[in-house]
Design a protein around this ligand. Structure first.
Ligand code: XIL
Length: 403
């Protein structure tokens, strides 16, 4: 029986683990059997994507040097460890649509080609956002604020063109990013102020129209905070009631070393799963540095000046912090594994610590350690901790089978 499970696992693996556009949210008996065999033989599952195959995909955000294959160290890690990618910046409005009448797909074409070359599930990030969008988007030729109709038309053109170009190739889109304020009300972005609160519904409709089989997500940070989570749940409920196609919620997952706690993370995943949609962790990293501002926000515009105390590990992370980080990752993946049936993927926001945006956010020029691979591309203790957590899936299925 194990042998046939293994055969079917291998076959499954050759197809990238799951059929494209569907989730590998097991309980996939074959994958668990494979894990059981390798663990029983004392082997450590060698890579993240293999360890988690059958549970959910494991991804990373990639930068231009990586998808242009100019970063040998990073590229080797990407190919070995991950089966889904997100573009760190290459598909944002300012990158693909810098001027009113011209699109620039140089980078994004290379991003998508890279994903195809390595048989990745390719994510598009992001269509409608208030950041990294040129200001002309909201103005007419005379510089006056656009009317609702004109902005809707502009949004439609953008979504139709970008999603349409990669139809059938990009598997899932962050349709709207960060539409909510911390209290769960609508963020007063130019999108909201000019179009009104149905801008989100329209964006989902335009995206669905442009690629009816693409997965479509609502993506945001700090959804673990109760007020914001409630706002997002209400928003998604409203979208569904209006007939929108929405496949999943992306919890960005820019977390801190000590919060949110496991219970809160679990409740957040469950709140979105209860809507009948998938939950993805879309931008995971763990900030280990103290902040000089009180907020936990991942709002890219909330910058802060540093102090000597806010950059304590310039010459390396202490062993104690390495271990704390490993425990923190174990805690998070423990929750993800427990909820694997509702989860599509867990994507890290970067490959190595040196790549991370958290070296410059919220304070520029710090030395941060938020990911699983260090600046030399070596796996950190946190990497082993994440691999180890895949085994809890086995324990769960063992118990689930009435043992
Ligand atoms: C970040 C990128 O990592 C940086 O390179 C860029 O300068 C700013 O944006 N939430 C998001 C991502 O949805 O797009 C942001 O990415 C990180 C926060």
């Amino acid at each position: 029986m194990l042998r046939s499970a293994l055969r079917s696992f291998k076959k499954n693996a050759q197809h990238g683990g799951c059929v494209r556009r569907s989730y590998c949210v097991a309980p996939c008996g074959a994958a668990l059997a494979f894990l059981a065999v390798s663990f029983a033989q004392g082997q450590t599952a060698p890579t993240l994507k293999d360890a988690y195959r059958g549970l959910f995909r494991i991804g990373t955000a990639v930068n231009a040097a990586q998808f242009e294959e100019r970063d040998g160290r990073g590229d080797a890690i990407i190919e070995a460890q991950f089966n889904t990618i997100s573009p760190e910046n290459a598909l944002k409005w300012q990158s693909v649509h810098p001027r009113p009448d011209s699109y620039n797909f140089d980078l994004s074409d290379r991003y998508v080609a890279f994903g195809e070359r390595y048989k990745m599930f390719i994510v598009g990030h992001c269509l409608v956002w208030h950041s990294q969008v040129p200001q002309w988007v909201f103005r007419d030729v005379e510089g006056k604020t656009l009317t609702r109709e004109a902005l809707l038309e502009r949004m439609h053109d953008h979504i139709r063109t970008v999603v349409g170009r990669y139809k059938g190739r990009i598997g899932g889109w962050d349709v709207v990013n960060e539409a909510l304020s911390e209290d769960g009300t609508m963020r007063p972005s130019p999108w909201y102020k000019i179009i009104g609160d149905d801008y989100i519904l329209k964006a989902f409709q335009f995206a669905h129209e442009a690629d009816p089989s693409a997965e479509l997500y609502y993506n945001d940070y700090s959804l673990e905070n109760v007020a914001k989570r409630k706002g997002a749940v209400a928003l998604i409920r409203k979208l569904k009631a209006a007939g929108a196609t929405i496949t999943g919620a992306g919890l960005q997952g820019h977390v801190r070393i000590d919060r949110p706690d496991a219970q809160t993370e679990a409740e957040t995943i469950e709140a979105f799963a209860a809507l009948g949609i998938r939950v993805n962790i879309s931008e995971l990293d763990v900030d280990v540095l103290p902040r000089t501002i009180r907020t936990d926000s991942a709002d890219v515009s909330e910058t802060a000046t540093g102090t000597a105390q806010s950059n304590p590990y310039t010459s390396g992370l202490t062993e104690e912090m390495q271990q704390r980080l490993a425990k923190r990752y174990a805690e998070l993946f423990g929750v993800f594994v427990q909820h694997h049936r509702v989860m599509g993927r867990v994507t890290f926001w970067g490959v190595t610590d040196g790549d991370s945006w958290l070296n410059n956010f919220p304070t520029r020029g710090r030395t941060n350690y938020p990911l699983l691979f260090d600046r030399d591309g070596k796996p950190k203790p946190a990497f082993a901790a994440v691999l180890e957590e895949a085994k809890t899936a086995l324990r769960l299925s063992w118990r689930g089978a009435g043992n």
